[in-house]
Every structure is written in C-alpha cells, then in structure tokens.
Design a binder for this molecule. Structure first.
Ligand code: SF4
Length: 490
C-alpha cells in the first residue's frame, strides 16, 4: 500500500510506542507453551517436519504466524527456534510497501544459498506478499516451493505432505511443482485453531480478518479479502484461556477492529464482555477506524476498568478533500468532533495516530490542514509516512502520484518535528505524577531497572526494587524524554 495505517506498516518515529509495530524484524515463532505435540497418526506422521517461521510486517502477521504454528503443531509437525534445525522455512510476508517486498526477495535469495547446501529444504512464502504477487513470486524466486496467502494456512500440512511425501516420495523436491494456496475465502476465520504464542505478559488475539473499507492507498482488502468477525462467545473463552496461561494483557486485533459484529453484538459489547474476564489486567485493541467509533465503543472505554484509556485513531490526513481521495469515509470535521467527544467522555485518554503526507494531489494548503490538525489535537504519538504508490491499489489505478518526492520528504520532516515536540511536552507534564505501570521486563540499557507500560501505552523505566514482571506497580515520574517516563516505584 502505498501506505499504511497502524496495523500495517510502522516506521515508528516514536520509538517506544510499540503496540503495533514489529516491522521487518524477521521474528521467528517458537512453541514454548504448550510443548509441541508428538506426531500423531495420519499421513503426516511419516513426514513430520521441523518448521522455522520468520515473520515480517505488522502485528496481524505475528498473530498469523502463531496461527500457522498452531496448525502445524496440531498436525504433528514441530516449530523450531533456530533455522539451522529446520527442514522447512516459512517466510510470513508483508505487502504494504514495495520495500517490504524487496527485503523479502533479498531474504529469499539468502535462503536459496542455504538450499544449495540442503537441497531438501522447503522454502515457503506466506502472507500478504504471497497473495499480492501470486505466481509472479515464482518468477522472482523460482526456488520457492510453496506460496500461500492468508486464507489458506489450513492447507499447510497438506502442502508439506505433498512436497515431501505421498506416492511420489522418490521424486526429489526440485522436480516437484510448487504448492500454491492463494484462494481468498470469506468464510475462513480459523476459529477452531489454537495459536501457539510466545510466553509473555501481552497476548494478541485476532477478532476479525479482512477489510471492507477500500481506502484507495491500501492493498489490504485485495490480499486479506472481505471482513469477517469471530464469534463473541469464543473470543471470551479464548481470553479466559490466555489469562489461565499467565497473560496479563490482551490486545484485540483487526484491520478495522471496531467494525466487529457478531449476531447483533458489536465491538462495544465485545469490549464489555472481554473486560469482565476474571484476572485480566488490561485490554487494548488496534486498529479502530474513525467511522466505526460508536457510542457503545466509547461507553465501554469510559466505563470498563480493564479497557485501557488509549486509542490509536488513524487520521491519515487533516484535509477533507484528501480524505475523500483516500476514500476514508469521514471528513476532517467529523474526525475533530470525534476527538472532542472522546476527550469529553474520557478526559485522560491518550491518543496516537497514523498520518500520510504527499498523497495524490495533496497541495501545500491541504498539507497545512494536516499539520494544523496535529498541532490542535496534540497526539501523544504518531506513525508518520510519505505516500508511496502501491501497485494493485485503487489509487495506483486512478490517481497520479504527483507530489514531488522532495516535497513529500519536507512535509514529513515538518510533522515529525512537530510531533516530537508535542510528545516531549506531553510527557513533561507527567513529572510528579504517580502512574500505574504493568511491568514487562528488564530494561535493555540498565539491568537493575525494569520497563513497563502505563495505561496510556507510554513506556516507563524504573529501578526494580521488589517488583516482579507481570505485576502492576505505582511509579512516581521524576524525569521524561519524548519517548520515555523515568521514575521510581512508590
Ligand atoms: S481501513 Fe481497510 S482499506 Fe483502509 S487502510 Fe485500513 S485496512 Fe486498508
């Protein structure tokens, strides 16, 4: 996509705001809990594989990799944490920007070197880029054995079996046809699959897949298909299980998470229901769409003690004509009114956003409306991007990408400077406050300190004292940077 809202790509200028990022980290998913099952009967048993999953892209992709690990483990395969132990490498990819795809192609070339030493190594490409490029991917990387889009993961065991076993077990991998799984399936929600997650205090739970919005800059509806929600009852049970497994915080995930619906229940109902799960400390969600910010969602945020008072509310542009060209379905005025309403109902709410500058036809005056909107609203943090055209999007087909690159860069620089200043000023006002922090882990820079998140998703760093990871502690803030609160447990 040209460009990405929060659940998509995150070149995060606000280094600590990492509810959604994880970009191009090549993160692998292992199977810490529950332990891998022993291979069970059926055709897979003879061909149980050790699978290394490498993840690129947004949190939705990380969540999909957990799902893939669940599907593979259920069918008797095993996921591994080191690529050297693997006989299958699955690269779960992102198609948001061209450079995300270029990175994956480079990674595949690297994996091909490995394949030369290990000819039976299966290389699979999964996720949005697989769906976007389809068989063109095989032109760029003919050594790839498996290409699978986001709605086809259920076929992973069949794919591995067909590539490694079956009646033609004597045929070497290089002589087999690649396995393509590229059907988008509106009915696929993976509701019956138990994902395998990394241990930690925060779990991400996909409540909805696909998107019906069709923003003109975005590739997501074309690679992830139509919107579908998981049943509310099942999601509540999932959260109960996550709490039993030791997770303290759950983040509900969806491309437009607040358009969730299930048999008459809406997103507000889901927030209330999940917020009541015993033992759950905190509930967050990402990414909502401003047009779907209903009274019931705002009520739940205002009144459920579990739901964090932090909203990531993608703006994209502060100019109504640009929003129209983006097909965002709200005007700048409606967005401002929504922010006003949120602040009336939830006075201490923390707001973050996504902004794109240099979208097709954006004039200097339209850009200044975005700048002014950011200056007026004063977000706690923002993900900011230059528009870049993405093949396959509606904008690519119909709107010229006509803002000069240098101009885009200059506009981006201006809003980054503005936001850095605002974030620093907002953080400074926290000095002297005592804030509740969920302890997440040891500070990377100072091992005698812990870091954690406030309810508003700010990072706080403080001496460990007697606190434990997973506990909520009260921290008095005595110093701040644009990205961090520094304090002491009281
Ligand atoms: S709402 Fe849907 S189409 Fe619009 S940016 Fe988000 S995922 Fe893309």
């Amino acid at each position: 996509m040209g460009l990405p809202p929060s659940l998509h790509e995150h070149v995060n200028t606000m280094k600590n705001e990492t509810l959604f990022p994880l970009y191009n980290k090549g993160e692998q998913i292992d199977t810490p809990h529950p332990p891998p099952q022993k291979p069970q009967g059926g055709p897979q048993q003879a061909h149980a594989r050790r699978v290394y999953i490498e993840t690129y892209g947004c949190q939705m992709n990380v969540s999909d990799s957990e799902l893939m690990a669940g599907i593979l483990t259920q069918s008797g395969h095993q996921t591994v944490t080191h690529i050297d132990d693997a006989d299958v490498v699955l690269v779960n990819t992102c198609a948001i920007r061209e450079n995300a795809e270029t990175k994956v192609i480079n990674r595949l070339k690297h994996l091909n070197h490995r394949k030369r030493r290990q000819p039976e190594l299966i290389i699979g490409v999964c996720g949005c880029m697989a769906q976007h490029l389809r068989d063109r991917l095989l032109d760029a990387a003919p050594y790839v054995d498996l290409v699978m889009g986001p709605d086809a993961y259920r076929n992973l065991p069949v794919a591995l079996d067909s590539l490694t076993g079956g009646l033609e077990a004597h045929v070497s991998l290089k002589d087999r046809d690649p396995f393509l799984g590229l059907r988008l399936d509106k009915s696929e929600d993976y509701a019956d699959i138990a994902p395998i997650r990394k241990e930690g205090i925060r779990a991400w739970l996909t409540i909805q897949r696909g998107c019906d919005k069709m923003c003109t800059f975005c590739i997501v509806p074309f690679v992830r298909g139509r919107e579908r929600s998981l049943p509310l009852k099942l999601l509540v049970e999932d959260v109960e299980k996550l709490v039993d497994q030791g997770f303290k915080e759950v983040v509900l995930l969806g491309q437009t998470v607040n358009s969730y619906r299930d048999n008459g229940s809406n997103f507000g109902d889901l927030l209330y229901a999940v917020g009541e799960v015993n033992g759950l400390e905190r509930l967050r969600f990402t990414s909502p769409h401003p047009a779907d910010a209903t009274e019931s969602m705002i009520d739940a945020m205002a009144s459920s003690p579990t739901v964090c008072k932090h909203l990531h509310l993608p703006l994209q542009s502060g100019s109504t004509p640009v929003l129209e060209r983006m097909r965002r379905t709200y005007t700048a005025e409606e967005y401002r009114d929504l922010v006003m309403k949120l602040r009336e109902r939830i006075p201490d709410i923390a707001l973050s956003t996504d902004v794109i500058v240099g979208f097709c036809g954006e004039t200097e005056a339209e850009f200044m409306q975005t700048y002014q909107m950011m200056a007026d609203i004063r977000y706690d943090s923002a993900f900011m991007f230059k528009y870049s055209e993405r093949e396959g999007t509606l904008a690519h087909k119909a709107l010229p990408d006509d803002v000069p690159e240098a101009e885009k860069g200059e506009r981006l620089k201006q809003i980054i400077e503005l936001q850095e200043q605002i974030s620093a000023e907002i953080n400074t006002t926290a000095v002297g406050d005592t804030v509740a922090v969920l302890v997440e882990g040891e500070s990377r820079r100072e091992t005698d300190k812990y870091y954690g998140k406030t309810d508003g998703f700010k990072t706080a760093v403080f001496p460990k004292a007697d606190s434990q990871i997973g506990e909520v502690v009260n921290v008095r803030i005595h110093n701040t940077t644009a990205h961090t609160l520094i304090g002491q447990i009281v």
